[in-house]
Write a protein that binds this ligand. Structure first.
Ligand code: GDP
Length: 286
């Protein structure tokens, strides 16, 4: 992952004998390069790097810090500011609707998320309303059975809205219900209408957009379209493990002002984490 290069920046700061204007400029350039390689959008890169430079050159070092720690603290704080807050979904009764294009990882994410909440002690169930991709039914059913998660689907029913209505009725006593909806190759009218209708019937507490990290900065246009169509509460970035372009989806979320809720970090159901900006930036910096 391109953002890994930020660890080298921290190493460079730590190993420098003195920190002067030239070193700050070099560090800022290294950070810019790492962010751009990770597909963070240029405007965003400029904001972050300008802020780091300005603060590093002007702020007094606090008595409790040495100058290296001071610079690292600034880098950390400005990256945190650049990322924004994550979406915290409280551990209580909720309906969550997942939307996204086909192949984004929606079905996998549905199972991952249900297991995540089940592991936290909630009764979790999933509804498969992806009538567009028939294999989604078996895929989700198998995962739900393997992890002892409630499942509702109707293979013979083509009306996704009816499936959702019936599923919610059957799962009334569940704490967390995650609804996997259909994706298409593009956000076309049929998909939008179906999403609106399911959202009306399900009245979800959270509508989460599943975005494939590999699309890099294209995430921005995609997220905007979904947000305009149905209003998105949070983003799940999938396939964060397999791409150097993850910064694109991160900066897209920030640009549109939608918080990131979770990250998908692999194909297995366990490869999933709540998005914690502080932990995330700390790990990036080593
Ligand atoms: P859907 O069409 O949106 O429901 O997509 P799927 O859930 O079927 O996922 C499409 C492909 O992406 C599958 O091969 C998944 O195993 C894979 N996938 C999903 N999430 C991740 C992830 O976080 N990391 C990796 N490496 N692969 C993922």
């Amino acid at each position: 992952m391109a953002l890994e290069a930020l660890k080298d920046v921290v190493r460079k700061i730590k190993s420098s004998s003195s920190i002067d204007k030239y070193l700050v400029e070099e560090i800022v350039r290294d950070i810019q390069r790492a962010l751009l390689r990770a597909d963070v959008n240029v405007r965003h890169v400029k904001q972050i790097s300008d802020a780091i430079k300005k603060r590093a050159l002007s702020e007094d070092v606090l008595p409790t810090f040495n100058v290296r720690e001071h610079i690292i603290k600034i880098v950390y704080e400005e990256l945190m500011r650049g990322i924004g807050e994550g979406l915290d979904i409280p551990l209580k009764k909720a309906k969550i609707m997942l939307v996204g294009l086909q192949g984004s990882g929606k079905t996998t994410t549905t199972a991952k998320m249900a297991k995540y909440f089940k592991d936290k002690g909630l009764k979790a169930g999933v509804i498969t309303a992806d009538t567009w991709r028939p294999a989604a039914y078996d895929q989700l059913k198998q995962l739900a059975e393997a992890y002892d998660i409630g499942f509702y689907g109707d293979k013979n029913e083509k009306d996704a809205v009816k499936i959702v209505r019936d599923g919610l009725e059957k799962m009334k006593d569940y704490d967390i219900i995650i609804i996997d909806t259909a994706g298409r190759h593009a956000l076309e009218e049929g998909l939008i209408n179906e999403m609106i209708e399911i959202s009306r019937v399900a009245n979800p507490d959270y509508k989460l957009l599943v975005l494939d990290a590999a699309i890099g900065q294209l995430a921005s246009t995609q997220a905007k379209r979904f947000h305009d169509a149905i209003g998105i509460d949070g983003i799940v970035i999938t396939k964060f493990d397999g791409t150097a372009k993850g910064g694109g989806a991160l900066s897209a979320a920030r640009e549109i002002g939608i918080p990131i809720a979770f990250l998908g970090t692999g194909e297995k159901v366990e490869d999933f984490e709540k998005f914690d900006p502080a932990g995330f930036v700390s790990r990036l910096l080593g």
